[in-house]
Write a protein that binds this ligand. Structure first.
Ligand code: NAD
Ligand code: UD1
Length: 342
């Protein structure tokens, strides 16, 4: 498909992988990013991987006038994939208004402008965090959404609601919210990947940083959960599999294959892995014995959270293909690459 797609936050971790997949499928891509959590180097890497230069505009989407002006100049866009947001769960509790502003205002401004473009197709980056403290896994899309655990999580719940409400009164708007489970890994070229700022809060970057010696030791939070090995279970999905789902979802709404003008899909592997299984996978692919210890449970963690992916498999026609080991290997190659450049 040779249609023009706007990717907001397209120089970030997930967005950059989606830009690559869109360009591989023949889409023309225009990226908006304010570089608050990314850099222009990522654009160069996307060009190196795909041989194609996406259009780029440095815009802060909190600026309503800039958003309006952008859409006036680009009425030939066929769809928007909206990644731009702040995503640090802990920071969101300390600075909730930063999160309510950055994760909600741009969403509203973009939705307000969609009538100016060719076709109102919209994909939203949501998260399994919208389910809150679930009682059981696998988690289906029909699982009741509980109270959000953090302001960040709440912005995703509110974001979904804003889109659903807008779809109800605008039949020309076709939107999909994609609820990601735990995205990990990097592109096979090791040219793009996740760049955590400061001490990683998430498991996999902490594992790879410990493996390379930046961190002394991984603390495994809790060993007495009601799981087979006592450590928490999550659904770790390779970022490239995740990226491909976005292309499929965008094609679905462009081709009007959707059954409702607002749809929601879980994006995970459907398979839970424990913290110890992640550590073992890392040791297997790297040949390194990881230095780890067990510590207290982390507040707010639940024993197990993994996706029921049947809806995405059947209706979207998408399934994750890459294994935990493949994801860990790509994360490790990426870790080695970024440290060799320092
Ligand atoms: P990221 O921080 O790597 O990417 C976000 C990008 O958006 C960055 O390049 C940043 O510079 C840009 N940005 C932020 N605010 C902006 C603004 N006001 N105007 C323009 N650009 C702005 O994050 P990511 O991990 O790629 O996540 C992408 C999306 O997926 C986010 O919406 C996030 O909440 C969601 N999500 C991420 C995860 C995860 O584990 N990474 C899980 C579930 C959902
Ligand atoms: C995180 C986010 C959540 C988001 C989800 C999917 C937080 C607090 N929550 O949760 O909002 O929806 O990713 O993107 O960031 N662990 C350790 N040691 C560590 C780090 C983690 O043992 O140093 C364990 C955790 O206890 C957990 C597992 O590893 O059991 C995964 O942790 P993490 O990567 O933070 O993901 P989530 O907890 O699923």
């Amino acid at each position: 498909m040779n249609k023009k797609i706007l990717v907001t936050g397209g120089l970030g971790y997930i967005g950059s992988h989606v830009v690559v997949e869109l360009q591989n499928e023949g889409f023309q891509v225009i990226v908006i990013d304010n570089l608050s959590n990314s850099s222009m180097d990522v654009l160069d890497k996307i060009i190196e991987i795909t041989g194609i230069t996406p259009l780029f505009e440095k815009i802060d989407l909190r600026d309503k006038n800039m958003v309006s002006d952008f859409f006036k100049r680009h009425s030939d866009i066929y769809g928007v994939i909206h990644f731009a947001a702040s995503k640090a769960v802990g920071e969101s509790s300390n600075n909730p208004l930063k999160y309510y502003e950055n994760n909600i205002s741009p969403l509203v401004y973009i939705l307000q402008q969609l009538e100016k473009i060719k076709d109102q197709n919209f994909i939203f980056s949501s998260s399994c965090t919208v389910y809150g403290q679930v009682d059981k896994s696998p988690i289906t899309e029909d699982t009741l959404l509980k109270k959000a655990e953090s302001p960040y999580g709440n912005t995703k719940k509110i974001g979904e609601q804003i889109i659903e409400d807008t779809c109800k009164i605008n039949n020309n708007l076709n939107a999909i919210s994609l609820r990601y489970f735990n995205p990990i890994g990097a592109h096979s070229s090791a040219k793009i990947g996740e760049l955590p700022i400061g001490i990683p809060q998430n498991l996999v970057p902490f594992v790879t940083q410990t493996g390379i010696g930046i961190r002394e030791e991984l603390s495994i939070f809790g060993k007495d959960y009601p799981t087979p090995d006592g450590t928490c279970i999550r659904d770790y999905i390779h970022v490239v599999d995740l990226a491909k789902a976005h292309v499929i979802a965008m094609k679905r709404i462009i081709l009007k294959d959707n059954s409702d003008n607002y749809e929601v899909f879980n994006l995970g592997t459907g398979k839970g892995s424990s913290v110890l299984e992640v550590v073992n996978a890392f040791e297997e692919i790297s040949g390194i014995k990881l230095n780890y210890m067990f510590s207290e449970r982390r507040a707010g963690d639940i024993a197990a959270a993994f996706a029921d992916t049947q809806k995405a498999n059947k209706i979207l026609g998408w399934k994750s293909e890459l294994s935990l080991n493949e994801a860990m290997l790509s994360a490790w190659e990426w870790e080695k690459k970024i440290n060799s450049n320092i």
